[in-house]
Ligand binder design. Structure first.
Ligand code: NKO
Length: 197
């Protein structure tokens, strides 16, 4: 039965808040800017307020299912694993949502929610890395790529479990795969600064 919890994580992770908010104001964020449904593109296309709202909601999609499952499940040998799988499933839901023909976002904000639940210290270092990379380059994608590549290192330094570090490496790999167009644009020097439309 408890193995149904990751499925719950997937279903919550798959809610495309960026698209929902953009539809509510009469646009489809998938038709503008980078065509991504994430907070960065919502901010680019529809402004900072809706971008921030998307960031918070996409982050909660990672955090809340884990929090919920951890409070529902009794202490047991499988609890940590189920909670972790629920978080991974939420990120997969965001990236490959059944409601949108499996075409979803890039997993950064939802991953942020997952690791916010798992390790506040590692996320605080990641936020510094992210902010530094975005300030230096002007590209949110560069911040996302650097932060997601380094988070397994911070988790290891703060003494997280091997399963948590493995989950971070797996989610980081998916984030990199989802950023393949951004990586090509960065290499060609054609990536859009977050300051410009
Ligand atoms: O539209 O292709 P685009 O330029 O939008 O977007 C590229 C962007 C996509 O991601 C998003 C989400 C933005 C979240 C911003 C706040 C993130 C703070 C991240 C801190 C550390 C994350 C750790 C990752 C866990 C594996 O990249």
């Amino acid at each position: 039965m408890e193995y149904l919890f990751p499925l719950l994580g997937y279903c919550i992770g798959a809610i495309p808040f960026g698209l929902v908010f953009s539809k509510l104001v009469g646009t489809d964020v998938r038709q503008a800017g980078s065509r991504n449904i994430g907070a960065t593109n919502v901010s680019r296309v529809l402004g900072k307020k809706l971008g921030f709202l998307t960031l918070v909601c996409d982050c909660l999609k990672g955090f809340l299912p884990m929090y919920l499952v951890a409070s529902l499940l009794p202490e047991s040998g499988s609890r940590e694993g189920i909670v972790l799988l629920t978080g991974i499933a939420a990120v997969i839901g965001h990236m490959f949502p059944v409601y949108l023909g499996f075409k979803g976002g890039k997993g950064v904000a939802t991953g942020l929610g997952v690791f916010l639940y798992l390790s506040l210290p590692a996320i605080l270092i990641s936020l510094v890395v992210f902010a530094g990379a975005v300030a230096l380059t002007g590209f949110v994608s560069a911040g996302s790529l650097l932060a997601s590549a380094l988070i397994p290192v911070w988790l290891w330094l703060v003494g997280s479990s091997p399963a948590t570090i493995g989950a971070a490496a797996f989610i980081g790999l998916l984030i990199w795969l989802k950023h393949h167009e951004n990586i090509s644009r960065l290499i060609r020097g054609e990536e859009k600064s977050w300051r410009k439309k």
